[in-house]
Design a binder for this molecule. Structure first.
Ligand SMILES: *Cc1c(COP(=O)(O)O)cnc(C)c1O
Length: 384
């Protein structure tokens, strides 16, 4: 029996096309026989640091690992507080809990600007605040400039969760380079994706040395050093982790990094066109302004339904038309594990955004026809 979706090719939220040279780079690495923390990782770190204009880039196993090490580097421990948005992926807050610190959830500005609100951050700062983590939601710059001033004036570390925002900038300065450290993600559906992977960038020599050490058990020498005959023993100088990146993924990152700018350029062109189409759809809010697109990484296309209480229904109508959507993000403080830790916490703007947001299909090889189909289906779904 034919179903409604049979007549529509499925449009996924995200899709990835690797190129033959990407596969070649991975195959060569596998043939080399050296599979973790070696020359490709070092080469990728150098290339990414140059791309960012940062002094140091340290590859790690995930953005979550980078956030954990960044908060530790900021000195966060038991009894300390790390201010984070609740309108983000759970890892931004969980990494504070890994340190034994308490995440303190701050509001976003509005549904039009779903980024950390510096005024709310200022209200939440206490003598126990060790760090503020700003998320550049969807790839658009949050108020890193104001937050930097706020933090600098009080000796608090600013950390940037740049999982969405490689190569995005604010006032000509790359996101991730505004504070003490920036944490990037190379997870499967991110802008620069290789499956699993992350990176911490910093201009601070001590932070870089700390993160290099802690990502591999705080050992004074790695297997590469021993392999290349530099040393045959090691000491362990602190509590470290296995947060290493492996060589095949470093090779894939190096290969994909060469196309990052051109892919983001394509993302921006498609985002401009999406925004023109979405501006015609009644009953939705399209976050951010058109003039922010040229400096954004254009990671995803979020929209907010003006009317509360229709998220499930509209996403179901889109699914019936073969269009996959997602919610970026359910508020962290409303998750079971967090509600019990933070009972009664209320963040009305974040909660409304979470109840009304839908993320639409988007990837660099999306066609104009695909975009037209999404916009038309959304207009119908919202109009009932
Ligand atoms: C994906 C994501 C993370 C976690 O990244 P991993 O590399 O999967 O650990 C953290 N923060 C935000 C905002 C993300 O989108």
């Amino acid at each position: 029996m034919a179903t409604a979706t049979d007549s529509f090719p499925q449009l996924p939220l995200f899709d990835l096309h690797l190129q033959p040279q990407d596969l070649q780079a991975v195959a060569e690495t596998l043939r080399s026989g050296w599979l973790t923390l070696g020359p490709r990782t070092a080469e990728f770190e150098e290339a990414f640091a140059a791309h960012l204009g940062a002094r140091h880039a340290v590859a790690v196993s995930s953005c979550t690992a980078a956030l954990h090490l960044a908060y530790l580097a900021a000195g966060a421990g038991p009894g300390d507080e790390v201010i984070v948005p609740s309108f983000t992926f759970a890892a931004t807050a969980a990494a504070a809990l890994y340190c034994g610190a308490t995440p303190v959830f701050a509001e976003i500005v509005s549904r039009k600007r779903p980024s950390l609100d510096p005024d709310d951050v200022e209200r939440l700062i206490t003598p126990r605040t060790k760090a503020v983590c700003v998320v550049h939601y969807a790839g658009y710059a949050a108020a890193a400039d104001r937050l930097k001033e706020l933090c600098d004036a009080r000796g608090i570390a600013l950390i940037e969760d740049v999982a969405h925002a490689p190569s995005a900038s604010l006032d000509g300065r790359k996101l991730g380079t505004w504070g003490l450290a920036g944490a990037f993600s190379f997870f499967s559906n991110k802008v620069l994706s290789v499956g699993e992977g992350g990176l911490l960038c910093t201009d601070d020599d001590d932070v870089a040395a700390f993160v290099r050490s802690r990502r591999s058990h705080a050992m004074t020498s790695g297997t590469w050093d021993r392999h290349t005959g530099r040393t045959d023993t090691y000491d362990v100088t602190g509590l470290g982790f296995n947060y290493r990146l492996d060589e095949p993924r470093a090779a894939l990152l190096l290969s994909r990094l060469q196309r990052l700018e051109s892919e983001i350029t394509r993302r921006r062109e498609l985002t401009v066109r999406y925004r023109e189409l979405l501006a015609q759809v009644q009953g939705i809010i399209v976050p951010f302004d058109d003039d922010e697109v040229p400096t954004s990484s254009c990671y995803v296309i979020p929209i907010m339904l003006e009317e509360d209480g229709r998220q499930a229904e509209v996403s179901e109508r889109l699914r019936e038309r073969g269009i996959q959507t997602s919610i970026f993000y359910p508020a962290i403080h409303r998750f079971t594990a967090y509600q019990s830790r933070f009972p009664g916490l209320s963040l009305p703007i974040t909660e409304l955004a979470s109840r009304t947001e839908l993320t639409l299909p988007f990837y660099p090889h999306m066609t104009h026809d695909d975009q037209d189909r999404v916009a038309a289906a959304l207009a119908e779904a919202v109009a009932r």
